[in-house]
Design a protein around this ligand. Structure first.
Ligand code: FES
Length: 488
């Protein structure tokens, strides 16, 4: 950019001229200018030498120095918002990482919504919190960045119904620890380079330094100030939340069964692998009506008062379900479940096919999921881990087990989502299905399943973070609950 002096007046006749390489930046500028000025400035590609204009053009004389992108990054930054790379070695091949923006405290409903006894919930939540921090730290160990910024979390609950979910007082049984807790965790692990950033923080970064200027002192937000900060934040957003609630409250009643049958039954007909994976009934209890999604008969119907309890039950306020139906929402996991405005109950272990179903409520999404399940993902052979010969790729979502796997007492844990397997049998201890190939090193287990026979990964994620996978990350804890000292 060339510095100059003079007077420039922005007006309705102003045109933004750009070359093709800078067009995205030019359009961004037009968008930024619009709200404050009311001007919809046209963005044109080409050259103009007259007229009131803003010009975005790369300086050709700098091409040799800056390359065809027109800029050069002096630091290498990885933003891992909503992503859990299963193959971090590929990232390492790009060179030394300077800054890692790391998600450590994402939104999820487990175990809060489940009908567990209160003490059991506390135990499970504590284990989930510990597992989350450990998983995030494992990425730091593997990627070895110079600086780490905990980011993209935790969620902040400002609605009165959910306000208690905030980790206002650094509660060991809360799964939403904040940035300062994770930074403390990093320090406790003898790791330097953690940096706090807030919305509005400006960071000046080089390969060896990371200086921040915060918009307000962090001590006015975190620690002892946090309860008051959250209260004030809630008050500031009260009107916004009240307005949002009008989208689903006070609307005309919807005949749910009449709407859901023609929507879901054709999908059930096509959902061979999901139906086989659930192989049971799922109940939606909206208070004055219970609707059953029957994956055995592939029908949607009312619950028969004489039938036994369906294996999976969701209890959701009627107005919320009506909203989802009225809007024909194709992903109830992100639209509803992540809001935690429901409770749930189930018999037996977690089943991620159930959540896949609720994420795939259109033909397109369903076909994607079915295709995903049908595809036999490569396991990439085996490797040795603590005396076991184990398939290289995790049977959940293909993480590299040489990186994320650990063995204790014959149980393999993949730290990416904390799923576990009994190595002697290959059985998954976290969810139905998901058999893993493993045998003791040196054994001739020719009769056992081969890696290529192991099931493909079974959780389908349409967004970059699988909410269902995030829940399942602690499901193993539910299975082990009775072994927890002090558990109810
Ligand atoms: S990829 Fe291994 S537990 Fe999810």
């Amino acid at each position: 950019m060339t510095a100059a002096t003079g007077r420039f007046t922005l007006g309705p006749g102003t045109v933004i001229w750009t070359d093709a390489a800078s067009a995205a930046v030019a359009r961004d500028l037009a968008r930024l200018i619009q709200p404050a000025t009311g001007l919809d400035l046209p963005v044109r590609t080409g050259t103009a030498t007259t007229g009131n204009r803003i010009v975005f053009r790369r300086d050709a004389s700098l091409a040799a120095k800056l390359g065809k992108e027109g800029y050069r990054l002096d630091v290498r930054v990885l933003n891992m918002n909503d992503s859990r790379p299963i193959d971090p070695d590929q990232l390492l091949q790009l060179g030394k990482l300077d800054v890692l923006f790391l998600q450590f405290s994402g939104a999820i409903w487990y175990p809060m919504v489940y009908e567990f006894p209160p003490r059991a919930k506390e135990v499970l939540a504590h284990k989930k919190r510990v597992a989350q921090l450990a998983r995030a730290f494992r990425y730091i160990e593997i990627l070895d960045p110079t600086f780490v910024v905990p980011s993209a979390g935790p969620p902040c609950f400002l609605d009165d119904d959910l306000f208690a979910q905030n980790d206002a007082i650094d509660d060991e049984t809360n799964i939403f620890p904040d940035q300062t807790i994770f930074l403390e965790h990093i320090r406790a692990e003898d790791r330097d380079g953690g940096r706090l950033m807030l919305p509005g923080t400006v960071a000046e970064i080089t390969r060896t330094s990371f200086e921040v200027t915060h918009p307000q002192p962090p001590e006015t937000i975190f620690g002892a100030a946090k309860p008051a900060y959250l209260e004030a934040y809630r008050e500031r957003k009260r009107a916004v939340i009240a307005e949002a609630r009008t989208h689903w409250e006070g609307k005309p009643r919807v005949d749910l069964l009449a709407e859901l049958q023609p929507w879901w039954e054709p999908l059930l007909e096509e959902a061979d692998l999901i139906a086989a994976g659930i192989n049971e009934r799922v109940a939606l209890d909206v208070g004055d009506e219970v609707i059953v999604i029957d994956f055995l008969t592939r029908k949607v119907r009312h619950r028969d008062p004489d039938e036994d309890e369906p294996r999976y039950q969701f209890f959701i306020e009627r107005s919320l379900v009506e909203h989802l139906v009225r809007e024909h929402v194709d992903d109830w996991v992100n639209e509803l479940f992540l809001s935690m405005r429901f409770s749930a109950k189930r018999k037996g272990p977690y089943n991620d096919y159930v959540y896949t179903w609720f994420k795939c409520l259109t033909e397109e999404r369903l076909q994607y999921a079915e295709g995903f399940y049908a595809e036999r993902g490569p396991t990439q052979g085996t490797f040795e881990l603590d005396g076991w010969c184990v398939q290289k790729r995790c049977a959940h979502m293909k993480a590299d087990l040489a990186r994320f796997g650990s063995v204790e007492d014959g149980v393999l844990t993949c730290s990416l989502h904390s799923w576990q397997w009994d190595l002697a049998t290959g059985a998954c201890l976290t969810s139905d299905g998901h058999q893993l190939y493993a045998r003791p090193v040196g054994s001739e287990d020719d009769d056992g399943p081969r890696p290529e026979d192991a099931q493909p990964p079974l959780t389908v994620s349409h967004d970059s973070e699988s909410a269902a996978a995030a829940e399942s990350g602690a499901e193993v804890d539910a299975a082990n609950l009775e072994r927890e000292p002090g558990a109810a």
